[in-house]
Write a protein that binds this ligand. Structure first.
Ligand SMILES: [Ca+2]
Ligand SMILES: [Ca+2]
Length: 238
């Protein structure tokens, strides 16, 4: 009985370790601490409505078109914090952190970040290109970062000009592989033919419908050969 009991405990520990490992790899933890009420500003090309404002993402409640998010929130996104020299690392003390956040019509997003540490801040959305701060942000001395003022605010100057003094994240990376190409166009065409509507990744403009406007934006960026620009991904990244 004792041997069976030990075997059971051993199996349970193994299972828990594997489970914890899976959680770590698939869902990065939030950053430790907090208290730095940090303000990010960025625009999404697909949602941009001019005059430094964005349209709100839509969805269908039955047949009724409604705002997808409450208040003045435009879209939900993932903010990642990567330690310099360890970009994309998924294990160990330099693994990256991630939190879910919201951006509003004027491009502002308020998040609770640690009060110390230096990180590259990366923005990941449903259908725009992964975009990273030009340099690591020192959280001990900074409480804001603005991606909208020039292309150079993004790593590799990888932001699209949307108007005078307004820059934003490139639209159209539907499959989130870091490239805007034919693989992003195909799902939009397929969903368009199926008359899909609502809050789906293929809706690049966020208006709840799939049409030529969504295709046009992807084609535009595809012709320019747009791809993500990030610090080199860590070798431990899976
Ligand atoms: Ca892609
Ligand atoms: Ca659309």
């Amino acid at each position: 009985m004792k041997i069976l009991h030990k075997l059971f405990i051993g199996l349970m520990i193994t299972f828990l370790v594997i489970a914890a490992g899976l959680v770590l790899a698939d869902n990065p933890p939030p950053p430790p601490g907090g208290g730095n009420i940090f303000v990010l500003r960025f625009f999404l090309q697909g949602f941009y409505a001019g005059d430094e404002t964005m349209r709100k993402a839509q969805w269908f409640d039955g047949e009724e078109l409604r705002d997808r998010f409450a208040a003045d929130y435009v879209e939900q996104y993932i903010l990642q914090l990567h330690t310099p020299g360890h970009y994309g690392e998924t294990e160990g003390e330099n693994r990256f952190y991630a939190i879910t956040a919201f951006v509003n019509e004027a491009g502002f997003s308020v998040v609770n970040l640690p009060t110390e540490g230096s990180y590259y801040l990366a923005i990941k959305t449903r259908n725009h290109l992964e975009t990273v701060t030009a340099v690591p942000v020192n959280l001990a001395s900074n409480s804001s970062y603005d991606f909208t003022t020039s292309a150079e605010q993004g790593y590799g100057a990888n932001l699209v000009k949307l108007g005078a003094g307004a820059f934003g994240l490139y639209a159209g990376d539907v499959n989130q592989d870091g490239y805007i190409d034919g693989l992003d166009l195909t799902p939009i065409i397929l969903e368009l033919r199926s008359h899909t509507k609502g809050y789906v990744a293929e809706d690049i403009t966020g208006d709840g419908y799939l049409d030529g406007h969504d295709l046009t934006l992807v084609v535009l960026n595809l012709r320019k050969g747009i791809e993500r620009s990030t610090p080199a991904y860590s070798k431990s990244c899976r």
